[in-house]
Design a binder for this molecule. Structure first.
Ligand code: GLP
Length: 263
């Protein structure tokens, strides 16, 4: 795992977006794993900007999102399908039929979960998976105690997640209490993983996930088992990390980061 600390939220976001667009340019048929949440809005805005500046072409890409609320249709303003269309897909040239999210209205949850796993496999697997982190340490909607080997399935959300996400609904009580989510095992199968964490509110949980023990109580800690995981944090989110000096040293000295130091 590598941890990269950027001085501001904007530079952490810009670095994340640049890693994604560079990966698309290197491999135009790339399979992207995408995330939702407030943190990602700025990343998608940067990606859209790069697309408008003709710096990147998404016409051959595929994407798979991490999760979707159960019970919400794709045209519901609060569904993750709507979020993705609004923030990204409608603003770039990715083909809509190549963008996948679980179907929140699927009648058979087990079948939908298996179908989603199959679709990821049929596409050749996720090349680069973007992640945020919930305040309880979830990635996707893998709430505490999610098996580190879990696959896509329906999951009950915690009261903490409900509290964190329900303000995004016009009527907070409309927030579903369950969601489909890729499993921790599904996420670990991605060839590369980038987790972006910003803001002081996430400082505790990101320090636990990165420097604490691997535990199903904090599903993001499973990234320690991944061979190509990058965690990008801004100064505020980095506040509780013990190894800051070393992480900065790596970013300042490793050749792989040379092209990214001025972002
Ligand atoms: C939701 C999503 C997660 C995301 C989390 C953090 O719970 N399922 O994938 O990481 O929100 O969201 P925010 O960026 O709004 O803090």
């Amino acid at each position: 795992m590598q941890v990269i600390i950027r001085p501001t939220t904007e530079s952490a976001v810009a670095l994340t977006a640049k890693l994604i667009t560079d990966a698309v340019n290197e491999n135009p048929g790339i399979v992207l794993g995408l995330a939702t949440g407030r943190t990602m809005e700025a990343v998608y805005a940067d990606i859209v900007k790069a697309y408008k500046n003709k710096e990147v072409d998404f016409s051959a890409c595929k994407s798979f999102n991490l999760d979707e609320y159960i019970g919400l249709a794709g045209d519901d303003k609060n569904s993750y399908r709507y979020y993705m269309n609004y923030h990204l897909f409608d603003k770039i040239n990715i083909k809509k039929q190549n963008t996948y999210l679980p179907n929140g209205l699927a009648a058979d949850e087990k079948e939908e979960s298996a179908r989603y796993e199959w679709a990821i496999k049929a596409a050749g697997g996720v090349d680069i998976q973007l992640l945020g982190i919930g305040e309880d340490g979830h990635i996707g909607f893998n709430e505490p105690l999610s098996s580190l080997a879990s696959r896509t399935r329906a999951k009950a959300l915690t009261p903490e997640t409900y509290q964190q996400n329900s303000p995004l609904f016009d009527n907070p009580e409309d927030m579903p209490k369950r969601a489909f989510t890729m499993g921790v095992g599904t996420i670990l199968d991605a060839k590369r993983v980038i987790m972006l964490v910003t803001g002081a509110k996430k400082a505790d949980i990101v320090a636990k996930a990165v420097e604490g023990p691997v535990t199903s109580m904090i599903s993001a800690s499973a990234l320690q088992l991944h061979r190509n995981a990058i965690v990008i944090v801004d100064e505020a989110a980095a506040a509780k990390l013990q190894g800051k000096e070393y992480y900065n040293w790596i970013f300042d000295n490793e050749p792989e980061w040379e092209a990214y130091r001025n972002i």
